[in-house]
Write a protein of this length. Structure first.
Lengths: 450, 450
């Protein structure tokens, strides 16, 4: 009997691996050790629970623990925390119900995820100050909003969580301020897209402060105000800190498992770490960037699901690459969508050896004569010499899923001229003759030809 | 002084070529000879004029004749019909205002378009029997509907025109029947997509008859009934015949310009015919199929615009390929969208040397917990041995523009496994974690692995 496949962490990467491994090799024991109680949940849906769009927190659970145990025959143990790995003995040390024991493994998957970064702000432990990373936190925020009925909320950080929580809290009737340290929100989307979203947030009544550093929070038991570096204190009945995430790598590090340049766990194309029979996937692990070919840390759901699933195959004697990441992301901000993929930041492009050239255009999502057309702002980036497509960012009221065309183009190494010649779908209710992506490519070809 | 660039036909291909040629070489004379009065119009928008979505027929004109003449310096001559080409003398013979003259050319572009096929039905010349290809026909249909206020309409043929006109006429309060000779409507979309659209048309009150041959029309001055091969006569106050188009190639043929296997004008990758300095583009010309590499005839707007534009560059000493066609199409049918690309028909795939394998799946456009999710039906086709993506068809209430991901994949020669690993955009308001295209790819990979 092969020793069991042991998985540390029961969310996207872990449960995808468990399910796939049981499908490929039903006879092998698959043990998932999850320190919390929630498994296989859609973290990306949490802001919509706070907003009220999603009624029950349980609705965000894709597959319940019972289904994993009963229908998929996965030995899922919630409330089980792995505290150490012994790669020589091929065991993990587990703490559960006040006990400690060693669990042998044949293959081990680290799917320990990431945690919200908590900057050393004064007063970060005050009541009413939250990060949003776990289901318990989503639950706590919703409870707090319902119980306290805050008049004002401050969001620290203008990333995905900040933008989505601004929408959620405005919907709940709260006056929302966002404080962003950088010159623009949504940094990975580039300045052109960020500006459009910033204008829209302000139109929606969000009080947006760029280049504004928060120093801490003040109050009695509960938070009452936010202390800014330059502008003094502003009142806040609720604070959401959304300044990014850090991979949970301590367990791996202590076991001698190598981290990569991004600080997440280094893996090869099959998700293997430098230690035999130990894999890593999801928000704790690196993936290869489809444009630069370099290790990257993109803690998003699809990457995690895909890598977990691939590793479930690989440990079942069907070696399957985990796939590259294009850093694709899409976010809703009130009535707008914003999407991005690849390398947009010129500095990052130059570090990867490219000479980036970009254009930003506005093009309608349908012909002028067809009702409902709105402008899509497309930023497209290519390398000057090779003319290869490097990245793109879109923002508009509809049509931002068109980013997938650019994802496919940059993953396959298309040039801008080749992108320009794609036979994309046209009919008046769906698109102008020249899809906005094609229009951006035409303009960028023109710029590269100069 | 270089002899002028002469263009025969003033719609998408012709006017794109004219505009591009003047931008690239403002000093060269560009003469467009158009036998009708309308130029540069969106034929795809005509059903929406009949429907009432588009108020004025003029709204469908992208650039007016005056703009071409004044702002773009194009010598546009409407009411000018080219009746012969002399490739030796490098002249075309033109008839206009009852006169006939020869016009010399340096380069010549044939952009003569296609015409609606008119089967030899009895009574096809009756009042109230229309095809829909030209702006004048759109105008006439709208006038007729307004004047006659028909109770019943029959549409012969369940292609794009048939489906779009069914929607338009139902909106105008007419009882609509469609008669389709083949077992399914929308033949290029494949049976799985067609079935979904057929069910929807019937839900919308369209009386749909498959495998039903029309023999002719009867009436006094105006049409009153449609004669069916097997079922006798059915009443019809209005008839739309939409059984396909045929390329206008007579002028080319008489001048010794070669046609290709599809019956349209054969061209190379730059749009050149077999005769020196004579190009062809748009609905009268072939294009190379991106999947099979063979000549194909796909008379659609983007192909025409793109080829015309490329030829405008090529004749200006900037040789530019016209681009391949993937046979991409998208059509609205009441509340549904249907899209297709590549090679879907198994017989056609086999003729091109492939061993096609396909799956059809239903997947939601958003996660189950997010409001507004609807099912998208995805048919994905790949070659068994190479596992290359060959084609796809989508149908659903939203999200059919996702076909563009498959367009990009099959143009670049991706395998299904590579398609499955694309980092497509995910957030709950826009997509489930696994986009429906990825889900289809996963299922097809599983089928190919068996």
């Amino acid at each position: 009997m092969t020793a069991p496949f042991v998985i540390v962490g029961g969310d996207a990467a872990g449960m995808s691996a468990a399910s796939k491994a049981k499908r490929e090799g039903p006879d092998r024991d698959v043990i998932v050790l999850e320190k919390g109680e929630w498994v296989s949940y859609a973290a990306c849906g949490m802001p919509y629970y706070v907003k009220g769009t999603v009624e029950d927190l349980e609705d965000l659970v894709a597959v319940t623990p019972e289904e994993f145990r009963q229908e998929r025959d996965v030995d899922l143990r919630t409330g089980h925390e792995v505290v150490a790995i012994d790669p020589q003995a091929k065991t993990v040390t587990v703490e559960a119900n006040g006990e400690r024991f060693d669990q042998p493994y044949g293959d081990l998957l680290l799917a320990t995820g990431a945690r919200a970064i908590e900057p050393p702000f004064d007063g970060i432990d005050l009541e009413g100050v939250f990060t949003l990373r776990s289901m318990d936190e989503a639950d706590a925020i919703e409870d707090y909003v319902t119980a306290v009925d805050p008049e004002t909320a401050t969001i620290v950080g203008g990333g995905y969580v900040g933008v989505e929580m601004a929408e959620a809290l405005v919907e709940r009737g709260v006056d929302v301020s966002i404080f962003e340290m950088l010159p623009h929100i949504l940094q990975p989307f580039g300045e052109e897209t960020a500006r459009v979203v910033e204008d829209h947030l302000r139109e929606q009544g969000v009080d947006l402060h760029l280049e504004t550093a928060v120093e801490g929070f003040a109050g009695g038991d509960a938070v009452e105000s936010v202390e800014l570096a330059d502008e003094g204190a502003v009142p806040a009945d609720l604070v959401i800190v959304g300044v990014g995430v850090a991979p949970n790598v301590e367990l791996a590090e202590e076991a001698g498992i190598e981290l990569g340049p991004t600080g997440a766990i280094a893996t090869d194309e099959y998700g293997r770490t430098n230690v035999a029979d130990v894999y890593a996937a999801g928000d704790c692990a690196e993936a290869t960037n489809a444009v630069t070919g370099e290790p990257d840390h993109v803690p998003l759901a699809l990457t995690a699901n895909r890598a977990g699933r691939a590793i479930g195959s690989t440990i079942s004697d069907d070696p399957t690459p985990t796939g590259e990441t294009a850093g694709t992301a899409i976010v809703k901000a009130f009535d707008l969508g914003a999407a991005r993929t690849g390398v947009i930041d010129p500095e990052r492009a130059r570090e990867a050896g490219f000479d980036p050239v970009h254009v930003t255009i506005e093009a309608p999502t349908r012909p002028h004569y067809y009702p409902g057309a709105t402008d899509l702002t497309v930023t497209l980036v290519a390398d000057r010499e090779s003319e290869r497509v490097l990245g793109a960012s879109l923002v508009g009221h509809e049509g931002t899923k068109r980013i997938d065309t650019v994802v496919t183009a940059l993953t396959t190494g298309l040039t801008v001229s080749e992108l320009q010649n794609l036979d994309l779908a046209y009919a008046p209710p769906f698109s102008p003759v020249w899809d906005p992506i094609l229009t951006a490519a035409k303009v960028l070809v023109g710029k590269l030809d100069l």
